[in-house]
Design a protein around this ligand. Structure first.
Ligand code: AHR
Length: 652
């Protein structure tokens, strides 16, 4: 009977994972193998999924200067007053080639029209909004403009009046307070008198923007980026750099200077996916290259601009610039370096100064092309690299190795770019979780003397029946496991970023994404927290973490990496357990574990199919833990389906 009870107890303990023999994991905190780049964990920003206009760029009016292909898209003539006038679209010289002329015929009730915003305007009770409009009158001497914030039932929840006078273009402004919260509001403009009124650059921003900058960025979204403490920010993409054809490519010079001089452009994602049609997706370039550099500086990230190299997207037209005609593209790259860090008296440096930043921005990286491939890329990359390195040898260039992390396109470029002595190779992986688990050891045998690696775009994709790949804990956990491999090989992998970054819940094209938002709120995914747990626990040096002299890269479903932070004097261990049961670990630490401070940590764990939503934004979030242990032998019960970071104070 006693024997039976013992067996039953042992089976029970085994089942709950308590009686398992612990994994003996050796961590050597004394031998710092390699330094971890301060740029290691960064972010990839592309204007996809309404990430810029309708997203982080806080402008609430869609098509503010009537530059969309359909010039009145987003605008609606108010039903009650629709017989009182018409709107003509007028052409004018310059970048902002259009304005609207209101021909108002009825004096008694006036004329009104409204803007729907980006899938509705989000208003918050008590919050102020900054309205502005450029206007001039024709025959009229003066007219009254009433501007109303409307809720989703067209009820007025905020109002301001402006007197418009004179026949010269003038900018008029008003601050309007909202008396209610509504995510699907709109903006109504009502002109009181009959006559012709020209209008342009009609704009509405929350006054509460990031750093309270007028016409700035959405505070909640930038804060989420800042909280990642990113080592770099790559911009503006992505395929948007390439354009569907060359005329549609991203040209940074069209995105700087006064807002009204920027040349709007159709967004390449507008027409890319038939099943996610977004005819109203354009780039106003209110978020242009100056704003990208400023954002990078604000959040402490090194800017990594990616430039077109004379090649349009090879999945689309694959249009090419002849090598002999490549000079303007190369000049754009050289001028961008001058714009970012040239003397404030230089041609492009003076534009930066005029825009508000006389001091140079940091710039040490630049990407040549996005997902290019083939010999055409090599030819163009070589010309670019020669010209840039000749004038700016300190700039490290990021080059494409194609859209996939293996296969013919990769195998063609990879050895050739290595032979050319490329600085940094940009590898991309969008793949199922199994790929990420498997690839935790991808870099263990990479050439230590060749180019460095930038894991420039990656995300674990779990297909879903409704066509949306969800950011489940399983997907995020597979990335956490993969990232132990990046960190263990951080002597070769110097930079990494998840992609894409942002997605509008009502206007996305691509899933999964790191952060979801709508007109008012934002939701970081489980994957976001994985990124954050890495970037805020980056450390300064890699150290060895081994079980039976082998890295933990999937055996027994465990993945681990370790770093030392010389500044905070901590050994930081990251460990992922992908089993549905706990696994006991005994960390055997070489080095002097400090008796003075506590071991603190964070754990992300959950059921594998759970993901964060607007209704439950914190379903998967890290928990803080404190471990009561002293000395060099540290026991840790690694929870089922978990990712843990432990910070162990050390004295050496
Ligand atoms: O991240 C979305 C897209 O995926 C990027 O634009 C492109 O580089 C990749 O194919």
């Amino acid at each position: 009977m006693k024997r039976l009870l013992t067996v039953l107890l042992a089976s029970f303990l085994y089942y709950v994972g308590i009686a398992q023999t612990p994994h003996l994991v050796q961590v050597d905190a004394t031998a710092k193998s390699f330094d971890i780049s301060p740029n290691m964990w960064g972010i990839f920003f592309e204007d996809i999924n309404f990430a810029a206009d309708g997203g982080i760029y806080a402008e609430m009016v869609k098509n503010r200067s009537f530059q969309f292909n359909e010039p009145l898209m987003g605008w609606d003539i108010d039903e009650k007053n629709n017989r009182n006038g018409i709107i003509l679209i007028m052409n004018q010289a310059g970048a902002n080639s259009r304005y609207a002329q209101l021909r108002i015929s009825n004096d008694s009730s006036g004329f009104a029209f409204s803007n729907e915003g980006f899938r509705g305007m989000g208003f918050k009770e008590g919050q102020s909004y900054q309205f502005s409009i450029d206007a001039r009158l024709k025959e009229l001497k003066a007219t009254d403009l009433t501007v109303c914030l409307l809720d989703s039932n067209k009820k007025t929840i905020g109002k301001a009046s402006i007197k418009i006078e004179g026949n010269q273009w003038k900018t008029y402004t008003a601050t309007i307070k909202s008396s209610a919260t509504n995510p699907k509001g709109s903006l109504l403009l009502h002109f009181s008198k009959a006559g012709n009124v020209d209008v342009d650059m009609i704009s509405l921003f929350p006054t509460d923007t990031w750093k309270n900058r007028p016409g700035g960025l959405r505070r909640d979204l930038v804060q989420l980026l800042a909280n990642l403490k990113p080592g770099f920010i790559r911009f503006p993409g992505g395929c948007i750099v390439e354009g569907r054809d060359l005329s549609n490519r991203y040209q940074w010079k069209q995105t700087v200077g006064a807002l009204r001089d920027r040349v709007p452009q159709i967004n390449r994602w507008n027409t890319e996916f038939k099943y996610r049609d977004v005819p109203d997706y354009f780039q106003s370039y209110g978020l242009g290259f100056y704003e990208y550099f400023l954002l990078a500086e604000d959040i402490g990230a090194s800017p990594l601009p990616i430039l077109n190299c004379g090649m349009a997207c090879q999945f689309n037209t694959a249009e090419l610039v002849q090598i002999d005609d490549l000079q303007p593209y190369i000049q754009d790259a050289l001028d961008l370096i001058e714009f970012a860090k040239g003397d404030a008296k230089s041609k492009w440096g003076s534009l930066r100064a005029q825009m508000g930043h006389p001091a140079p921005f940091e710039l040490k990286f630049m990407g040549v092309g996005n997902e290019q491939w083939g010999e055409q890329y090599l030819e163009r990359y070589t010309v670019f690299a020669d010209a840039i390195h000749k004038k700016y040898p300190e700039i490290q260039l990021v080059s494409s190795v194609g859209p996939f992390s293996g296969g013919d396109l990769f195998n063609y470029l990879n050895p050739r770019l290595r032979k050319l002595g490329a600085d940094i190779l940009d590898e991309h992986y969008y793949a199922p979780p199994s790929f990420f688990f498997r690839s935790a050891s991808r870099y263990d045998n990479y050439d230590r003397n060749g180019p460095k690696i930038f894991a420039g775009e990656y995300a674990s994709h779990i297909p879903n029946t409704d066509g949306m790949a969800r950011s489940t804990w399983f997907a995020a956990m597979s990335e956490a496991a993969f990232m132990t491999g990046l960190e263990r090989n951080a002597d070769v992998v110097r930079m990494a970023s998840y992609a894409p970054l942002l997605a509008h819940a009502d206007a996305w094209q691509w899933s999964p994404d790191l952060i979801w938002f709508n007109s008012l709120w934002s939701v970081p995914t489980a994957n976001y927290f994985v990124q954050q747990m890495y970037s805020t626990n980056r450390g300064t040096h890699g150290v060895k973490i081994l079980e039976n002299n082998q890295p933990l890269a999937g055996k027994d479903s465990l993945y681990a990496s370790a770093v030392v932070d010389t500044a905070s004097k901590e050994l930081i261990i990251k460990i992922v357990n992908t089993l549905p049961k706990a696994q006991p670990i005994q960390f055997m630490i070489k080095g002097t574990v400090s008796a003075k401070a506590l071991i603190k940590g964070q754990v992300l764990k959950n059921t594998i199919d759970l993901y964060n939503t607007f209704a439950k934004p914190t379903a998967v979030t890290p928990e803080q833990i404190i471990i009561n242990s002293k000395g060099n032998s540290l026991p840790y019960e690694c929870p089922p389906y978990s990712f843990t970071v432990l910070r162990i104070p050390i004295d050496n």
